[in-house]
Write a protein that binds this ligand. Structure first.
Ligand code: NDP
Length: 252
């Protein structure tokens, strides 16, 4: 598989799954724009990529989203592939006093940013007949834990956005797909406040028991699926939702 001369934007590339995706695309010859808020982490990921364009940006900020597209086109001349990966979760009961505040934050980060960045990048991706991959979650397909209503809803909506835009952009030769991971070992659960740093390993050991295969994935396993879907090998695939969850959804 080669992505020589392809230009790829990866949001949330400063950590976890997005970092693995950016490094893998770069290793396969792509020119990558890596996006995140944490400049220090972004610098570390940049060291593992070949001449990346680094953009410190908050995906909930419209001007930052415009900067991501404009600077990529200015620097690399085009956009072939967009990976909408930046995401977060906050726990809340629907009965909590701040439930709507939590909902708005999660929806803005996970869903609105994906919709907005796709809106801005699509005209460029039509020119290159490229493709878009949204990093969703199995939480968009089933209710798997308590107090995740905002996250679950954002990811379910993302999946239907994927299908809707795949339908619209197919006639322009652009494919749009979703990758829905199950548990992947990243900073996510720590960032969600589900585990302190020293509890992360034990938490993942526990989560592994909830999957049919008895394991959690490394971020590079998701990157492998993403690069396959972005490649010409997947030329027949659009509007599809790909689960990679170690059998979490089929565990009995
Ligand atoms: P991490 O917490 O390790 O990484 C999240 C990334 O998103 C970081 O690079 C972070 O960058 C970025 N991000 C978050 N908010 C913003 C923002 N407002 N603006 C810009 N960047 C932002 O988690 P993962 O790598 O695990 O998560 C990546 C994606 O995978 C998410 O969409 C998540 O929902 C999904 N996923 C993860 C699973 C898992 O088990 N890990 C399972 C299923 C789905 P920074 O902090 O620098 O801004």
């Amino acid at each position: 598989m080669s992505f020589n001369d392809k230009v790829v934007i990866v949001t949330g590339a400063s950590s976890g799954i997005g970092a693995a995706i950016a490094v893998e695309f770069s290793g396969l010859g792509a020119k990558v724009t890596i996006v995140g808020r944490n400049e220090k982490n972004l610098n570390e990921v940049a060291k593992k990529c070949k001449s990346p364009l680094q953009i410190v940006a908050d995906v909930t900020n419209e001007n930052d989203l415009k900067k991501i597209v404009n600077e990529t086109v200015k620097h690399f001349g085009k956009i072939d592939i967009l990976i909408n990966n930046a995401g977060m979760s906050l726990l809340s009961s629907i009965l909590a006093e701040n439930a709507i505040e939590i909902f708005d934050k999660v929806m803005n980060t996970n869903l609105r940013s994906t919709v907005y960045l796709t809106h801005l990048a699509a005209p460029h991706i039509i020119k290159t007949k490229g493709n878009i991959i949204n990093i969703s979650s199995i939480c968009g397909l089933a209710v798997l834990a308590k107090d995740l209503f905002a996250y679950n809803t954002s990811k379910a909506a993302m999946d239907h956005f994927t299908r809707s835009i795949a339908s619209e952009l197919a006639s322009s030769g652009v494919r749009v797909n979703s990758v829905n991971p199950g548990p992947v070992k990243t900073n996510f659960i720590e960032n969600m406040g589900l585990a302190k740093k020293e509890q992360v390993d034990a938490t993942y050991d526990h989560i592994a028991l909830t999957t049919a295969l008895g394991r959690v994935s490394g971020a590079e396993e998701i990157a492998d699926l993403v690069t396959f879907l972005a490649s010409d090998k997947a030329r027949a695939i659009t509007g599809a939702v790909f689960v990679s969850d170690n059998g979490s959804l089929v565990k009995v």
